[in-house]
Design a binder for this molecule. Structure first.
Ligand code: PBG
Length: 325
C-alpha cells in the first residue's frame, strides 16, 4: 500500500462510492429511546436539562411509542418518577407503581414494541442512593432482594427486558433466579455491566430527581480509569445470566465497548447518556457545532466501537433524519 499506486482518495470521490465501502451502519433499529414517566394525567412537559425530551404521564406514552415504532425504532427504556419516595424505594416494586402502569399501557397500545425497564432504586428512595442504606453506606446484599422484587413486578406487568443499573454485586444472579422462580424465564436481562461513576449523568438526575442527597455513587459505580475491571464485571454478569451487556456512558468509554465486544460473544449495548446528549445540544445552540452532524458522528462512533445498539435521547430525531422524514 504505497502512494502513488494506492490512492485512498479514489474511494472517497463521490457519495455512492463512499457508501459502497462504508463499514458501519447506523439505522433506526440500532436505537432505543428512553422515556421518563411521571404521575398525573395529560402531562407532556419539556425537561429543562434535556432539550426536546419530555416528562410524560402514562396516558401520553402510547402516542410517543407509536411515533417511535413508525420511525423504525424497536424499543424504549422506561424511567419512572414516583409520587412518593421512602427509604426503601417501595414504589419501585409496587404492582400499581408508575412503571408497572406504564408497562401495561404500552403493552396494550403498541404490543410489538420492546419494553425495557430500568431496575434501580435511586428514583424511588428519599435519600437518592441506588440501594438500601446501612448508616451512610449502601448495603449490597439487602438491596438485592428489593431489586429482584422490582424486576419481577416489572416482568409481571409485561416488561420484555429488565435492565439493572444499580451496580450492586450479584444483582444479575439474584434477578435471574427470582424471575425464573416466578415463571418469567423468558424475560431477558440487559445488564448495565460496566457502568462508570460519571459526571455525564447530571441532566438525567435532574430529569429523574434521583441525585443522591449526600455523598456520591463512587462505592458502587465503577472508577473511570479502569478497563480490566470492566471486563471482570461483564464476565460476572454473563456468568450470572445477563443476556445483553451494556457499557455506560458511551463516548468517553469507546475503548471499553470495543474490548467487551472483542472479548465476549454476547450482544453489547451502549448508553449515550444525558450529559453526552446535552453537550451536543448546548454546543449546537451556541452555534459552535452542527448538532445534527455531531450527533450522527457520535452515534456512528459508538456503533463502530462495537455496540450492537445504543440507548439515546436522540433516537427519534436521528431516526427521522435517517428515514429522510
Ligand atoms: C439509575 C440510572 C442513571 C442513569 C440511568 N439509570 C443515573 C445514575 O446512575 O445516577 C443515567 C442515564 C443518563 O444520564 O442518561 N441508576
Amino acid at each position: 500500500m504505497r502512494y502513488p499506486q494506492y490512492r485512498p482518495r479514489r474511494l472517497r470521490r463521490n457519495e455512492p462510492l463512499r457508501r459502497l465501502v462504508q463499514e458501519t451502519d447506523l439505522s433506526p433499529r440500532h436505537l432505543v429511546y428512553p422515556l421518563f414517566v411521571v404521575p398525573g394525567n395529560g402531562i407532556r412537559r419539556e425537561i429543562p436539562s434535556l432539550p426536546g425530551q419530555f416528562h410524560l404521564s402514562v396516558d401520553k406514552l402510547p402516542d410517543v411509542a407509536r411515533e417511535a415504532k413508525s420511525l423504525g425504532i424497536l424499543g424504549v427504556i422506561l424511567f419512572g418518577i414516583p409520587s412518593r419516595k421512602d427509604p426503601l424505594g417501595s414504589e419501585a416494586y409496587d404492582p400499581d407503581g408508575i412503571i408497572q402502569r406504564a408497562i401495561k399501557e404500552l403493552k396494550n397500545s403498541v404490543p410489538d414494541l420492546v419494553v425495557i425497564t430500568d431496575v434501580c432504586l435511586c428514583e424511588y428512595t428519599d435519600h437518592g442512593h441506588c440501594g438500601v442504606l446501612k448508616g451512610e453506606t449502601v448495603d449490597n446484599d439487602a438491596t438485592l432482594e428489593l431489586l429482584a422484587r422490582t424486576a419481577v413486578s416489572q416482568a409481571r406487568a409485561g416488561a420484555d427486558v429488565v435492565a439493572p443499573s444499580d451496580m450492586m454485586d450479584g444483582r444479575v444472579g439474584a434477578i435471574r433466579r427470582a424471575l425464573d422462580e416466578e415463571g418469567f424465564s423468558d424475560v431477558s436481562i440487559l445488564s448495565y455491566a460496566a457502568k462508570y461513576c460519571s459526571a455525564f449523568y447530571g441532566p438525567f438526575r435532574e430529569a429523574a430527581d434521583s441525585a443522591p442527597k449526600f455523598g456520591d455513587r463512587k462505592s458502587y459505580q465503577m472508577d473511570p480509569p479502569n478497563w480490566r475491571e470492566a471486563l471482570r464485571e461483564v464476565a460476572m454478569d454473563i456468568e450470572e445470566g445477563a443476556d445483553i451487556v451494556m457499557v455506560k456512558p458511551a463516548m468517553p468509554y469507546l475503548d471499553v465497548i470495543a474490548r467487551v465486544k472483542e472479548e465476549f460473544l454476547y450482544p453489547v449495548a451502549a448508553y449515550q447518556v444525558s450529559g453526552e446528549f446535552a453537550m451536543v445540544k448546548a454546543a449546537d445552540r451556541l452555534g459552535w457545532v452542527d448538532g445534527n452532524r455531531a450527533m450522527m458522528e457520535c452515534l456512528v462512533a459508538i456503533r463502530r466501537a462495537g455496540a450492537d445498539f445504543v440507548l439515546t435521547y436522540a433516537a427519534l430525531e436521528v431516526a427521522r433524519i435517517l428515514g429522510g422524514g
